[in-house]
Each structure stands twice: as C-alpha cells, then as structure tokens.
Design a protein around this ligand. Sequence first.
Ligand SMILES: CC(=O)SCCNC(=O)CCNC(=O)[C@H](O)C(C)(C)COP(=O)(O)OP(=O)(O)OC[C@H]1O[C@@H](n2cnc3c(N)ncnc32)[C@H](O)[C@@H]1OP(=O)(O)O
Length: 214
Amino acid sequence: MTDLATVDLGQLATEPAAAPLRVHKAHLQDAQNIFDLVNAHSGDGTLLKRSFAEICENIRDFTVAYRDHPETGEVDFLGCGALHLYGPHLAEVRSIVVRQDRRGLGAGDAILEALIAEGEEHHVTSVCLFTRIPDYFEHLGFRMADRTAMPDKIYKDCQTCPRLYACDEVAMVRGPLPHVTMLGPRSIQRPELAQPSEDPLVQISGLAKTGTSR
Ligand SMILES: CC(=O)SCCNC(=O)CCNC(=O)[C@H](O)C(C)(C)COP(=O)(O)OP(=O)(O)OC[C@H]1O[C@@H](n2cnc3c(N)ncnc32)[C@H](O)[C@@H]1OP(=O)(O)O
C-alpha cells in the first residue's frame, strides 16, 4: 500500500509511449535487411554466413521485427530469426539476431516466441537450435541436448561446416528428443561422427581425435 501511494501518476502520464514493436513473417522486401544483419554477425562465427540468394530462397522461414515511429513515419528494422522445418518431428530455430543498438527492447524474445508459435501451428513436436549463448534460450524452454540426437541438422549443415572439427556451439532442444529423422540415419556411426562426448561443447570436435577425414 505504501509503495502504491508514492507513485507520481502525473509524471507517468507525461512519459512518451514506447514505439510499438511489430513482428511478422518476412517478405522478399525484407531480404536485404536480413542479409545485412545476419552477415554482419557471421565473421566471428556467431551466425552462419548466408548468401542473398539463399535468404531469398528461404524467405518464408524468416520472421522479422520492426518498430514503428508514427510521429516521424520512420520504420526501424530491429532483427530477424528463422524456423526451418525438417518434418513433423523437428524444426530448427536459426539466424536469430537483433541489431546491436536495439537490444534489450524485447525484440529477441518476441521473434523467438513467434518462431516457437509457428512450430506449434505446424504441430512440430521438437524444436532444436545450435548456439554459443545457451543461457539466453533457457528461459523460453530450451534445454541442452546431445547433438547426435538431431541427425537432420548434422546432415544438413554440420558436415559441410568449416568448424566441424572445432565446433563451439551447444545443441539445445525444446520438447522431446526426436525419434525419427528425414535426412540421415537415426543412429549416427563413425565416420560421420565420433562417439558423443560427455561435454556438449566437444561432441563434434572429438572427430579430430579419431583421425577421420571427410
Ligand atoms: C540459434 C541461433 O540463432 S544462435 C545465435 C543467437 N544470436 C546471437 O548470438 C546474435 C547476437 N545477439 C543478439 O542478437 C541478441 O542479444 C539476442 C537475439 C540474443 C537477444 O535479443 P534482445 O532483443 O536483446 O533480447 P530481449 O530484449 O528480448 O531480451 C530478453 C531477455 O534475454 C536476456 N538476454 C539477452 N541476451 C542474452 C544473452 N546473450 N545471454 C543471456 N540472456 C540474454 C535479456 O537480459 C532479457 O532478460 P530479461 O527479460 O530478464 O530482462
């Protein structure tokens, strides 16, 4: 009661309202913004590099966030993320990024929640992702997982990734681990992958120690 009595309603009423956040599925006209932002974060390995053609081809995977400023008519591109569908058993959150000078406004969560909702609309049972910042994803229900439980991802991206032998990303999943696979064998055997390490950070880098070459 005491705290409520001290709120200055007059002061609150004069504060400018936050510009509304708009999150929606991307269109081709968003491809340039996505290309610029994703590739600005690919040099240090935070995100996979994407060609403009690849982004256009997969534009339906992307969700974008903008902030409208009705008073000036300006539209601010904040960030993007993508949901790649492997099948009813698995989807993957990819390329989620918010402009550095627009972080902390809730855009990241809004994009991620939209991607999770999209997976639910498709009745996908598990959503996975690979990241260097697992702490961020935990609060929206993702937990660390053994990457070998997601062979679709390994076959799609990891085997052609230049960091295959030095991967520093953690696999995470939301929902049960998938029990089927579309792209690769359910059980990954050498030489594709070494036996999984106890440490999720070195599951793939263990390959180097086997002397396997591909
Ligand atoms: C699968 C993949 O795509 S992995 C790649 C992930 N992307 C990147 O690493 C790109 C660089 N990082 C970013 O673009 C942004 O920091 C994002 C996308 C991770 C978060 O975007 P933001 O718009 O800043 O997030 P948002 O404002 O919604 O913050 C939500 C919460 O997450 C927290 N958070 C933000 N970044 C991080 C982080 N790196 N680690 C842990 N928590 C974080 C915020 O503190 C906030 O918590 P609160 O609600 O308790 O205050």
